[in-house]
Design a protein around this ligand. Sequence first.
Ligand SMILES: [Zn+2]
Length: 463
Amino acid sequence: MHIEFYGATSGVTGSCHILRANGQTLLLDCGLIQGRREEMENNRNPFPFAPDEISAVVLSHGHIDHSGRIPLLVKQGYAGPIYTQNATADLCEILLQDAAFLQEKDAQYENKWRKRKKKPLIDPLYTVEDASAALQNIVRLSYREKREILPGIHLRYKDAGHILGSCNVEIWLIENGIERKVVFSGDLGQYDTPILNDPAVIEHADHVIMESTYGNRRHRDRQSTIDEIGQIISDAAHQKGNLLIPAFAIGRSQEILYYLGKHYDEWNLDRWQIFLDSPMAIRASKVYWEYPHLYDEEATRLRKQVNEMPFLKNLHLTPSPKESMAINRIKSGAIIISASGMLTGGRIIHHLKHNISHSGAHIMLVGYQANGTLGRRLVDGDSAVRIHGDEYRIKAKVHTVGGLSAHADVDDLIRWAGNFKSNPHVHVVHGEAEVKQDFRNTLETRLNLQASVPEPGNIFELG
Ligand SMILES: [Zn+2]
């Protein structure tokens, strides 16, 4: 009986761990490695295990860095069940199809220059067809439903409060009469996040595999974040510009819409036209809408007052490219929420081109902006940027709103880990190297828990 640590041990993406017990092999998450092109090439490396030796896949939530290599696993011969929570199953339909589509596009693009240089052509990592095949094998579970998924192995999901359907995973393993309980945090959300419940309270585990993305940082307090957004909207209204909000399609977009709904009168939103301009965000919003029983108390109360989407009277959903392009004619009074969140592509780029050189326009960055992205250059205060080969002076005002992260900060993580009454061993994963060490120390000093930071390929005996 043991854990093998693979992905998300040397960074925050490509989450993937293995549990072996009673002759069974369980794969926890199977995420895509994201980042720079060279790092993403690692997705093409063989898995550190044989796909057909896996007995079951257990998925914590929909994000691609946790789910994005499942189609590849299926393509390479895995034919067993993929367990996940109901809402995550629905979000995976959107996310995995989209990821496959991007893989196909990427390969097409790369093959263009390979053809010119007479280099061998490449296949996409996986295709839309592979993603569809993987989606067929998804087995849905509700939160708190305990099920024996393999002989001697029980599984139960609890709400992780990170995105809709995100899970803390509880696993009971029995081998030769010995029982061990492993809890995998998945990604943990912030406490008091809008729409979603707080991360679940779990009191018992022998071992905890725990994320540490913000394991040495504190987020800005939520009320000041909300005040900040209100101020930006008010400034943009006075300066008669548009407000652009680049946002991740799943999670962040819905959170922003929620805040716009909640503060509609206070922020005087009647004078605006609001656009959700991302086909993926529109589909994801519909999934959020269909799961009101997963909302927290406040969202449940607000949801009862409205009957159908869109619930903001001036919200326009613009799935087609034609509708999206029509937004470009609006010079002021539009709030445009569009992907991608780090301005690495997508429709937001077109809106940026039309607004970035207007002094009345405002750009509100609400998520982490990685090095090398266009979003990061805006944060860094560059005076001009190149988009699609043309140079644009930056006259729009750029704001960075830091408090909307979908990830728990160090205090949230400690609060969650502090619920355990069984003194578990914590294995710290899913963080930058320094952050993991810092968080390990914090677990030891603040909670007096034994904690370690596994390296890729490490095996930890549970017997
Ligand atoms: Zn996540």
